[in-house]
Design a protein around this ligand. Structure first.
Ligand code: ZN
Ligand code: ZN
Ligand code: ZN
Ligand code: ZN
Ligand code: ZN
Ligand code: ZN
Ligand code: ZN
Ligand code: ZN
Length: 267
């Protein structure tokens, strides 16, 4: 009898779902009372609505009813269909009302984040200062920025906190999608789009610029010209000799600087 029940639970596994998830149920959206495969399907559909006021996002925790894809029975949220006895999702989270048959993704619910994540619980830790889960490699190895994941990716503008794509933490502590980060690097951009700090150790590049500057004499008219600069890496302002190739921060030696108006001294 038990063997039969287990077999029943697995019936139709991986056979149903949408482009986002394999699952054996659809959800009734609590906000608009319509049926969708998942909340991403809902959000995609409603974001296309012509009337701006109709656009809205589904609050996953509010889902109350689901429809079994095997027997079409609408019922309260639960893992097993009350009518046909199948698992509507091999992975099921009661808090997020989340179903997924593809357990290879390593889904887990983080109580501190309040949502389900993928990638295996053992590979993540929750940073209380940043207010999000990060991969184990970042433990004691990142600059904490309060709520650093509660913003949109500075490249593609998707909200990062519950994005399905991998995110990376830059040296400054700001975050963006891994793929957006690599795209940015490919375009020879090496500073954070949010705070402009260098995202990697640039000392070799700065050395090369040192050499270039040494080899490039400025015309006589400019040789004594000085400018004020603000350093994007250490935030210091200093006065340096003007040069067409770049301006080096006198404090931290970075060339990631911009010229600013001279400070106004109190009279
Ligand atoms: Zn979907
Ligand atoms: Zn059913
Ligand atoms: Zn969850
Ligand atoms: Zn977390
Ligand atoms: Zn942190
Ligand atoms: Zn992005
Ligand atoms: Zn930054
Ligand atoms: Zn500096």
């Amino acid at each position: 009898m038990e063997g039969f029940a287990n077999e029943r639970l697995g019936f139709g596994k991986m056979g149903y779902g949408c482009k986002h998830y394999r699952r054996r149920c659809e959800i009734r959206a609590p906000c608009c009372n319509e049926i969708f495969s998942c909340r991403h399907c809902h959000n995609e559909a409603t974001s296309m609505l012509s009337n701006l006021l109709d656009r809205h996002e589904l609050v996953r925790q509010d889902v109350k009813q689901v429809i079994c894809s095997v027997c079409d029975t609408e019922q309260p949220v639960a893992q097993v269909c009350t009518n046909c006895g199948i698992n509507m999702g091999e992975y099921f989270c009661e808090i997020c009302k989340f179903y997924d048959d593809d357990t290879e993704k390593g889904q887990f619910h983080c109580d501190d984040c309040g949502i389900c994540r993928v990638g295996g619980r053992e590979k993540f830790f929750h940073c209380n200062k940043c207010g999000s889960c990060y991969s184990i490699g970042l433990r004691d190895n990142h600059l904490c920025v309060e709520n650093s994941m509660r913003h949109h990716c500075p490249i593609c503008y998707e909200y990062l906190f519950d994005s399905l794509k991998d995110t990376t933490v830059m040296k400054c502590g700001h975050t963006m999608h891994c793929e957006c980060y690599h795209e940015m690097r490919k375009r020879d951009k090496y500073c954070c789009p949010i705070c402009s700090r260098s995202v990697i150790d640039m000392s070799r590049t700065w050395k090369r610029i040192d050499e270039e500057i040494e080899a490039t004499l400025m015309p006589e008219d400019y040789q004594n010209k000085k400018v004020w600069i603000l350093c994007n890496d250490c935030n210091d302002t200093t006065e340096v000799y003007f040069h067409i190739i770049g301006h080096k921060c006198s404090h931290c030696k970075s060339y990631n600087t911009c010229t600013i108006a001279p400070p106004v001294l109190p009279q």
